[in-house]
Write a protein that binds this ligand. Structure first.
Ligand code: HEC
Length: 149
């Protein structure tokens, strides 16, 4: 992708480190594509990945049903039995509570901060990943409907 502004003559003369990294990554990717190595996995890999996924969904299930520390002891499942009304398939969408278009992660944090009166989780906190995995798993098979209310 081209940067939107024209680089200064000095910038054009010396390749920037970012560009070198992109070139190196490109060379590596072409090498992988040539050998077909980028897409290959074995049945054992698949089993391991599915097992890891299943464990994260299970963890999310536990957190959703009281496993997440909550300042006022409320838990997700009290208001969202089996995550049925969490509608992950509709995200990102405009969320009235936040007054803007938000992701599922931000809406989960809204519930942690408001109904649960607790501290929000970082996007890459394993508990946040697990909650999203569980909610999405419960709604598997639903057609994607971003923006829907
Ligand atoms: C006291 C009730 C209550 C509790 C407990 C609660 N929520 Fe919510 N939740 C709400 C309300 C109210 C909304 C906003 C209305 C809406 O969008 O459905 C909401 C919305 C959501 C949404 C978006 C739903 C949608 O249709 O867009 C998600 C996802 C969600 N909550 C996840 C959670 C998770 C995860 C927890 C536990 C950490 C949790 N909630 C705990 C009341 C609660």
């Amino acid at each position: 992708m081209k940067p939107s502004s024209t680089p200064s003559p000095a910038a054009r003369a010396t390749p920037r480190p970012g560009r070198l990294v992109r070139v190196a990554a490109g060379v590596l990717l072409s090498a992988l594509a040539a050998t077909g190595g980028a897409d290959e996995y074995t049945a054992t890999d698949l089993e391991r990945w599915q097992q890891a996924y299943g464990q994260v969904v299970k963890k999310g299930d536990e957190l959703f049903h009281g496993g997440l520390a909550s300042e006022n002891t409320l838990q997700c499942a009290q208001c969202h039995p089996n995550a049925a009304n969490t509608h992950p398939e509709t995200y990102p969408k405009f969320q009235q509570q936040l007054g803007r278009v938000a992701t599922l992660f931000e809406m989960i944090n809204w519930c942690i901060e408001n109904p649960l009166e607790s501290a929000p989780l970082a996007a890459d906190d394993p508990r946040m990943v697990a909650l999203q995995a569980y909610i999405t798993f419960e709604r598997r098979g639903m057609p994607l409907a971003p923006g829907k209310h």
